[in-house]
Design a protein around this ligand. Structure first.
Ligand SMILES: [Zn+2]
Length: 321
């Protein structure tokens, strides 16, 4: 069975430890998408992070492999190697040049957002004024389709995500998002967005973030409840897992340089407060607890295999080839 973690965050620093990624391998996860930057990170930070992560992966070929195709993940699983790919959260690092999508693909980026919480020249963010996909944004969607990169609408504004899903010629995913019907939060997605995602053949991967799951110390039970909701709405073939666990290393300085303002990217008005209400995440062991938790909400073994990775493998075969 392939187990697919659609989003994980290490410090955006070339020296970030891969110990958490090693633990994913020990937990039996087959593929992890590792974040290498967001809209607020300057391109030099993103490139240094990619270079550092690529070197760490290359130095441990028995443990990790940067993959290109869905079939590579099956090969890795057979060899006991954890397959990894990178994801970019936002189109600002493309420098308004759609051809940059292919450059990032060559560097290992397999999944891409168009906006991170705030509007940019390409797309609208989920914590900003409503803005659709811009003319440049349409060219970026075409470039992502052409490059064979997974299009990701988490963090995108509601209206814009519907534009992206209508424009894309390939399945579109939400790599880490939760249903708004269960928890009222600007980052969570409407039934209309979930239906539109399923209509592209895509997958909604449930996050393990406390605010979005509506629980101060969430675990597999909360993730399973959200998975059940999406499965009931659009079918179990459109449900995945993207716990979005953020692994911090306080000694590594990975904040963007001044004038970086975290309250711009995570507005207090949207319910973020790093000091009084910091986000917590489901523990990594959630990966071991998910099969029984999904069983407890009525999923069969075949359903569980789809949710834990089968559905994302189907999309990867279509998008990555
Ligand atoms: Zn994110």
């Amino acid at each position: 069975m392939i187990r697919w973690e659609a989003h994980a965050c290490l410090p955006l620093h070339p020296d970030a430890s891969f110990e958490p990624i090693r633990q994913y391998r020990e937990l039996g996860v087959s593929y992890v998408s590792i974040n290498i930057g967001m809209d607020m990170n300057p391109l030099d930070q993103i490139l240094r992070t990619i270079a550092g992560f690529r070197a760490t992966i290359a130095a441990a070929p028995q443990e990790f492999r940067l993959v290109e195709r869905a079939a590579d993940i099956e090969r890795c699983a057979a060899e006991g190697v954890l397959a990894v790919g990178f994801d970019l959260e936002g189109a600002v690092p493309l420098l308004e040049q759609p051809e940059m999508v292919e450059v990032f693909r060559q560097l290992g980026v397999r999944q891409m957002h168009l906006a991170y919480n705030r509007n940019n020249s390409v797309a609208g963010g989920c914590h900003d004024e409503p803005q659709g996909l811009t003319p440049l944004g349409h060219r970026v969607v075409e470039a992502i389709n052409r490059a064979g990169v997974l299009m990701d609408c988490s963090h995108t504004g509601r209206r814009c995500s519907l534009d992206v899903m209508a424009a894309s010629s390939a399945p579109v995913i939400f790599s880490h998002a939760n249903p708004l019907a269960l928890v009222e939060h600007g980052r969570n997605i409407t039934d209309e967005q979930i239906r539109a995602c399923a209509a592209t053949g895509g997958v909604v991967c449930l996050s393990g973030v406390s605010k979005f799951l509506g629980h101060p110390a969430p675990g597999a039970e909360q993730v399973a409840r959200h998975a059940r909701y999406v499965a009931d709405l659009v079918g179990v073939g459109h449900v995945g897992i993207g716990l979005d666990i953020s692994f911090r290393e306080p000694h590594l300085q990975d904040d963007p340089p001044p004038p970086y303002d975290p309250t711009y990217w995570w507005p207090r008005s949207a319910g973020y407060d790093r000091t009084s209400q910091p986000s917590t995440y489901t523990p990594m062991q959630t990966w071991l607890e998910l099969p029984p938790a999904l069983g407890a909400v009525g999923m069969s073994d075949a359903d569980i295999a789809q949710v834990l990775g089968g559905n994302m493998m189907r999309v990867a075969r279509q998008v990555w080839g």
